[in-house]
Ligand binder design. Structure first.
Ligand SMILES: [Zn+2]
Length: 265
């Protein structure tokens, strides 16, 4: 029996005529001796090598000729060669490979571009957003005041993308999950785009003048002694108390790269 290619492979054969050992024509009178355990699912219609009507088909079988060469074979001829049971087993293997391929194609469609977005976010925007939020939260915790801490839009969006990337690796993932995941991805991307757009403006909330303004109000309200040099806030709740400090992490925000990547999404 000819083993021109690895019959144990579970991948889907979509170009049966292009497989090694496959002949285009079978001489009249030559009868096949067996079928390969792996069938094919041709992208384009092919024709059976054996019946007079040369049955056109896409889901077919490799018939093994006496000299070991392979010929394409449709369903009815296949049953004559190897019986219903064998043909049924080949069909099940082919269907499994076909659904595996569909899953892979669906997963690729869903996740296209996402790793690049995640990488660009991790390269700065996620850290910038977290730092801005952490800093504002700290300022409000210590000094009080009515200022707000902006939402973690980029972080929420990145979480959405991560869950999409994870979902396609799940054993149960199938094509029917695609619409919901597409929707989740679109929401996440839109959240990230807005968050990135707003990042420079939010960065200004912890700029030197903005913090200076905030501290001036606090000072006026609480009567604390406060010094702010652009890096460290030193404050005393009463004039003779030990000074405490808050370090403000310097933050450079550059959103050009991530915007360029997001614009293609
Ligand atoms: Zn046939």
């Amino acid at each position: 029996m000819g083993k021109a290619f690895n019959v144990a492979d579970s991948f889907l054969i979509r170009n049966p005529l292009g497989q090694p050992g496959v002949v285009q024509e079978v001489e009249a009178g030559v009868r096949p001796v067996d079928l390969l355990p792996t069938g094919y699912y041709a992208d384009n219609e092919v024709r059976c090598s054996f019946c007079t009507q040369r049955q056109a088909h896409r889901r077919g079988y490799f018939a093994v000729l006496p000299d070991g060469a392979l010929a394409l074979c449709g369903n009815c001829c296949a049953i004559k060669i190897a019986g219903k049971e064998t043909v049924g087993a080949i069909d099940r293997r082919r269907n499994l490979a076909a659904s595996g391929l569909k899953r892979k194609e669906a997963a690729d469609r869903l996740t296209a571009g996402l790793p690049a977005v995640m990488e660009a976010l991790e390269d700065g925007p996620l850290h910038a957003e977290a730092t801005i939020r952490k800093t504002l939260q700290k300022l409000h915790d210590v000094f009080g005041g009515s200022g707000y801490v902006p939402d973690a839009m980029i972080s929420h969006g990145a979480g959405g993308l991560k869950s999409v990337l994870k979902a396609v690796t799940n054993d149960n993932f199938s094509e029917k999950d695609v619409p919901a995941l597409m929707q989740k991805k679109a929401k996440a991307i839109s959240l990230i785009k807005s968050g990135v757009e707003m990042l420079p403006e939010r960065r200004r909330l912890i700029s030197y003048p903005a913090i200076g303004e905030f501290l001036k109000e606090t000072h006026a309200r609480n009567g604390w002694v406060i010094k702010w040099n652009g890096q460290t806030i030193e404050y005393r709740k009463v004039p003779d108390a030990e000074p405490r400090t808050i370090f403000i992490e310097p933050l450079h925000v550059d959103i050009r790269r991530v915007k360029a990547i997001l614009s293609g999404m």
